[in-house]
Design a protein around this ligand. Structure first.
Ligand SMILES: NC(=O)c1ccc[n+]([C@@H]2O[C@H](COP(=O)([O-])OP(=O)(O)OC[C@H]3O[C@@H](n4cnc5c(N)ncnc54)[C@H](OP(=O)(O)O)[C@@H]3O)[C@@H](O)[C@H]2O)c1
Length: 337
């Protein structure tokens, strides 16, 4: 395979670090790697394959000769620079929400809708981290039993809000232990020893944007425009990996055993389900892993006629929820249809 010129926009961030780790680990065919961030980071170096590479400023001219450009520098940077990167001939794989709802931009989870990736016009969107983790379990069940309604309650790690928010949780824990007053800067309220039921902007319908992303993106990825879905997204004082409680209602009857068999056969999923033996996934145990984990599978007693299922899904949102999914999209393009 020929060697690519790859760029990472947002290389110094939480997702950027994960890109560097995964591109090296998965032996992405890189001949040249360009690391981009804000002017603040110019002069820094980041390690890749044993070499210290310089960070340069994200500008519209930074993409000359770039084949694949991974963007994780926030929505406004994607808006400002992804079109220039695509115009320069790069395929942009964007982690922000800037283009996810554009009909011309595919929104792709390679295990679920790989064919959509090949309809791109220079930009492919990576779905929201919680959407990816949730749909990894929900999509195979939908294919088997026909999803009618989904209720999602997510317990989202602080690293989902970026490197500064992670540092704030750590500082607050230290300050609390030392009896000092806590500084609240990067989250709406104290996150240490607390949970915050508001992630992203509040919409006209009083849902948050994070909650609506699950609805909008779920319909687009599953090609299921009538899907009835609702979500409550909560930030929790966990460093890494999101957990989701799902209540699903299907058009066909479903049993625990049949659901487990579908989930065991689904690519990218791992079933850990024996609660009496304390076998179920938790964020600490799944962090750094590629798979999305499922447990606590049970028939939902509130849904009539055996058409409901309740389950617990946990995945590393910096890996499968962000960088890994984006790298898999790049690998899919390289492999071809
Ligand atoms: N964290 C997650 O779990 C997660 C999951 C899925 C998607 N995402 C998305 O990925 C993106 C990055 O998230 P993150 O968590 O990695 O954030 P982060 O840790 O705060 O990192 C932000 C990155 O963007 C760069 N950046 C910020 N402003 C810039 C500017 N004006 N020009 C150029 N570069 C700029 C930063 O560079 P400096 O270091 O120079 O400031 C840094 O490299 C966001 O769009 C986020 O929604 C995050």
């Amino acid at each position: 395979m020929s060697q690519l010129h790859v760029a990472i926009a947002g290389a110094t961030g939480a997702v950027g670090a994960e890109f560097l780790r995964l591109l090296e680990k998965r032996e992405y065919p890189i001949g040249r790697l360009t690391l981009l961030a804000s002017r603040r980071s110019v002069g820094r170096t980041l390690r890749f394959r044993g070499e210290d590479l310089p960070v340069t400023e994200l500008t519209p001219d930074a993409f000359r000769g770039v084949d694949h450009a991974f963007f994780s520098a926030g929505g406004s940077q994607s808006q400002a620079f992804a079109p220039a990167a695509a115009a320069a001939g790069a395929v942009v794989i964007d982690n922000s929400s800037a283009f996810r709802y554009d009909d011309e931009v595919p929104l792709v989870i390679p295990e679920i809708n790989p064919e959509d990736a090949f309809r791109h016009h220079g930009i492919i969107a990576n779905p929201n981290c919680t959407t990816i983790i949730t749909l990894m379990a929900l999509a195979p069940l939908h294919r088997a039993f026909g999803l009618r309604r989904a209720i999602s309650s997510s317990y989202q790690a602080i690293s989902g809000a970026g490197a500064q928010a992670m540092a704030e949780l750590e500082r607050q824990v230290h300050d609390w232990v030392a009896g000092r007053s806590l500084e609240v800067k990067h989250q709406p309220k104290q996150i240490a020893f607390n949970v915050i039921p508001r992630i992203d902007a509040v919409q006209d319908n009083f849902y948050t944007k994070e909650e609506m992303k699950f609805v909008w993106e779920g319909r687009k990825i599953l090609h299921h425009a009538e899907l009835a879905a609702t979500a409550t997204c909560v930030r929790v004082p966990v460093f890494r990996s999101h957990a989701v409680s799902l209540n699903l209602e299907f058009t066909k009857p479903v049993t625990r055993d049949r659901a487990l068999s579908v989930l065991r056969d689904a690519p990218g999923l791992a079933v850990q389900d024996d609660p009496t033996a304390e076998i179920y996934p938790t964020p600490i145990e799944v962090s750094g892993k590629n798979e999305v984990f499922v447990g606590r599978v049970r028939e939902d007693i509130s849904v009539p006629d055996g058409r409901g299922l309740a389950l617990w899904v946990v995945g590393d949102q910096l890996a499968k929820g962000a960088a890994l999914n984006a790298v898999q999209i790049g690998e899919l393009l390289l492999r071809g249809r």
